[in-house]
Design a protein. Structure first.
Length: 170
């Protein structure tokens, strides 16, 4: 990995981690457990569509691991990792058929996949399949959150893509 690439990924990881930390301190907008915007995912979707899957995966894994260390919870690591990796896989697959003008579509499906991954981990940990009854609420909130983060990511990808192309000499 080149020094420029490593530095760019480190900066994006720091941005994502900062967003994650700030969002964790904001009072819940909706009084439903597990519902949040997931603003740090903007960085992941931008990285995936502008830099590629390996950079985005590195940024995602660093953010999840460091965020869980800061939160001080092994459960947070399990839930974030299960949701994050499933969302990442869905986004990688959708990236093959979508353009940067359709990042918001990938983000909506990724947010829903994230919720499914987290709920699946919760069912495995608690041995309580009845938790899947909560899935419709999470899918609706995931759609709204994914739309918001996707539109923000689409805007950012357009702006940053031009900047990175100019600085890389391409």
């Amino acid at each position: 990995m080149g020094i420029k690439r490593l530095a760019r990924d480190a900066v994006l990881t720091a941005v994502a981690l900062t967003i994650f930390t700030v969002e964790a301190r904001i009072p819940e907008i909706v009084p439903v457990p597990g519902v949040k915007l997931g603003l740090a995912n903007i960085v992941t979707v931008v990285a995936l569509f502008t830099l590629g899957p390996w950079d985005a995966l590195a940024i995602l894994l660093c953010r999840v691991i460091l965020g869980s260390l800061f939160a001080g919870s092994a459960a947070a690591l399990l839930y974030s990792l299960s949701g994050g990796l499933l969302a990442f896989a869905v986004t990688v697959l959708m990236r093959r058929v979508l353009t940067r003008r359709q990042i918001w579509v990938a983000s909506v499906f990724a947010a829903m996949a994230h919720n499914v991954g987290q709920l699946g981990a919760a069912v495995l940990v608690t041995s309580t399949p009845a938790l899947f009854a909560y899935l419709p609420v999470l899918l609706i909130s995931g759609t709204v959150a994914g739309l918001f983060t996707g539109l923000a990511g689409q805007y950012a990808a357009g702006r940053l893509g031009r900047i990175w192309r100019n600085t890389d000499g391409k």
